[in-house]
Every structure is written in structure tokens, then in C-alpha cells.
Design a protein around this ligand. Structure first.
Ligand SMILES: [Zn+2]
Length: 268
């Protein structure tokens, strides 16, 4: 915000009418608020170059757009505070309650619509979101500030995307780690009961490959074994159900004994 103030305070309006408008914008606030150093310098500079005296009144209704922008720029310098917290950009003008409504109307006049409310006895006029603020900065001469803000917003958006991607990736990894753990537990259980020795050789090869590579994905195991991924998946399902219900395997074995031509498992 300090850099933003300094940049906008350094804008030198070419026209005397705009300098007067700027003084008026600053003058509204000069009475009750400590100005930032850059803004105070601007106030002194303006006071030097133009006829001294009390803050000039500013006739908004008849003022041309260049003067209106100069006025709002000064008001922004004296009264604005910028917040970029938690991904929400908003800018507030804090003004006397009696001026809040008319300021909101004036900002709408120059296509920078704002909302206003009363907070702790003060009028608060707000630009929500970065769009209006950026438009204002562009028109008010804060090009470095625009670039800076854009960079920040882009960085934040990218960071959000990256976090979402990492979270999704993390969820996938967590799922496959949990699956691998279940598979290893089934294999260990089958080994304890000796059932692992009786499963078809291809299924046993899948079990052995899993033990050698606990972190491998199904696709990686399939590639290592020269089998299809769906075969590897079915092999694990089979190992899993055998571990839970050893009897199922016995039934299957008996059936196969009666019909020896039935293939054990359809390989790729
Ligand atoms: Zn002007």
C-alpha cells in the first residue's frame, strides 16, 4: 500500500483544474487524518503551485472526467486502505457518514461502482474484488501498482491450482498406499495358512511382485509382470477374498479337480 500511495502521489496532473480537484480530494481528509509521507508531500506540492488558502470546493456535477479522476485519486490517497487478505481484494474509502452515499454515487458516475455502509460511526465505501480496483489504478496512473497487483493475483491463482493438484495427487497416492497395505496383509495371511502355495502360479507371481514393490501402482506391476492391469487387479481381488474366506478357495479347488480343463485364470 505504501508503494501504491507513493506511485499515485507522484502522478503530476498537467492541468491546473485537475490539481485543484486533487487538492479538494485531499482537503476533505487533511483535517482529521495523518497523511502518509508521500501524500503529505503531494499536498505541499499542490499548495505551492496553486493559490494557497483553504481547500477548494469541488463541483463534481459539472467537473469533466479528468478532474473527477484526479479528485478520486486524491481521495484514495488520503482515505483509501487496501486489503489483499485471504484471496479477497477490496479497497475501502473511510469517510464521514454524511459523505459515504454521495461518494458511492460519484464512483458509479465514473463507472467504478462501489457499495457503502456505516461502520463504527464512519462511512465505509468499498470496491470489492480486484476488477474495479485495477480499472481505477489504470485510469489513475498507477501502472506499476497494477502490474504488482496482477502479479500477486496470478501468483495466488496459480498457487491455488497447484494446491488443488497436489491435494488430488496426494489423495491418489494415499488411496494406492492403503490398497497396497491391504494387499500385503492378505498375502501375509495366505502365507501363514499355507494357502499362498496353492493359488495359481500367475496369481502367486502378482503377490510376489507386490512384496518386492510395495509402492508400485497396479499398472507398474502389470508392466513388470507382462500381464494386463485388469488381470493384476483381479488377482489382488482373489487374494483378498481368499484371505478373508479361505473356504472359497477350497470350493474352487474341488471344482477344478472335477473339471481339470477349466483354466485357472484367464491371462492376457
Ligand atoms: Zn481537470
Amino acid at each position: 500500500m505504501a508503494a501504491l500511495r507513493a506511485e499515485l502521489a507522484a502522478v503530476e496532473p498537467a492541468r491546473a483544474c485537475c490539481r485543484a480537484a486533487e487538492r479538494a480530494g485531499l482537503g476533505v481528509s487533511a483535517q482529521d487524518r495523518q497523511l502518509a509521507p508521500a501524500v503529505a508531500r503531494l499536498a505541499r506540492r499542490l499548495a505551492r503551485t496553486d493559490t494557497p488558502g483553504s481547500a477548494p470546493t469541488f463541483a463534481w456535477a459539472t467537473a469533466p472526467e479528468h478532474c473527477r479522476l484526479a479528485y478520486v485519486r486524491a481521495l484514495f490517497l488520503a482515505r483509501g486502505s487496501l486489503s489483499l487478505a485471504r484471496g479477497h481484494t477490496h479497497l475501502e474509502f473511510t469517510v464521514p457518514v454524511s459523505e459515504a452515499g454521495s461518494l458511492a454515487v460519484r464512483l458509479a458516475d465514473i463507472r467504478l461502482p462501489a457499495t457503502w455502509r456505516i461502520r463504527r460511526g464512519r462511512g465505509v465505501v468499498t470496491w470489492k474484488g480486484s476488477e474495479t480496483l485495477m480499472t481505477f489504478l489504470r485510469r489513475a496512473g498507477g501502472s506499476a501498482a497494477v502490474l504488482e497487483l496482477e502479479a500477486r493475483l496470478v501468483t495466488r491463482a496459480l498457487r491455488g491450482d497447484l494446491n488443488r493438484a497436489l491435494n488430488a495427487e496426494g489423495a491418489n497416492v494415499a488411496r494406492s498406499v492403503a490398497a497396497s497395505r491391504r494387499q500385503l496383509a492378505s498375502i501375509a495371511a495366505l502365507e501363514r495358512t499355507g494357502a499362498l502355495q496353492r493359488v495359481p502360479p500367475t496369481v502367486r507371481r502378482v503377490a510376489e511382485a507386490r512384496r518386492e514393490a510395495p509402492e508400485a501402482t497396479l499398472g507398474e506391476l502389470a508392466a513388470t509382470l507382462g500381464l494386463s492391469r485388469s488381470f493384476v487387479q483381479r488377482a489382488f481381488q482373489r487374494l483378498g477374498s481368499l484371505a478373508v474366506r479361505p473356504a472359497a478357495y477350497a470350493d474352487e479347488e474341488q471344482q477344478r479337480a472335477r473339471r481339470p480343463d477349466v483354466p485357472e485364470v484367464a491371462a492376457r
